[in-house]
Ligand binder design. Sequence first.
Ligand SMILES: [Zn+2]
Length: 109
Amino acid sequence: MTDFSAGAAWVILLAASALCVTALALQHRYLREKHREPSSETWFKAREKKERGDFRRRFKRRVAINFHEDEFELECGHRYPATDKEPRPEYDCRECLDAWVKAEVRAGR
Ligand SMILES: [Zn+2]
C-alpha cells in the first residue's frame, strides 16, 4: 500500500512537472513571436504590394460609430475612419496590410 502511494505520488509529480515545462515552452514561443519585428525585406515587400494595390479594398457601406462620427466599412470587413465627406470607391486597407505583415513575421520572414 505504501509502495503504491509513493508510486502514485511520483506519477502526479512527474505529470505536474511535464505540464509546467509545456506551459513555459508555449509561453516562451508566444512571447518570442509576439515581439519579433518584421524584417527590412518585409517592409519593402509591403510597400511594393501597397503600390501595386494589393491592399486596395472597395467601399461597402458607411457605419455611424457614435453621434458625430462615421466609419467606412470596406469589402474585407475592416473599417476605415471616414475622413472624406463622400466615400471614395476604394481605400488602402491598413488592417489587411498589418495582417499580411504579421503573417510574414509568423512565417519567419
Ligand atoms: Zn481589410
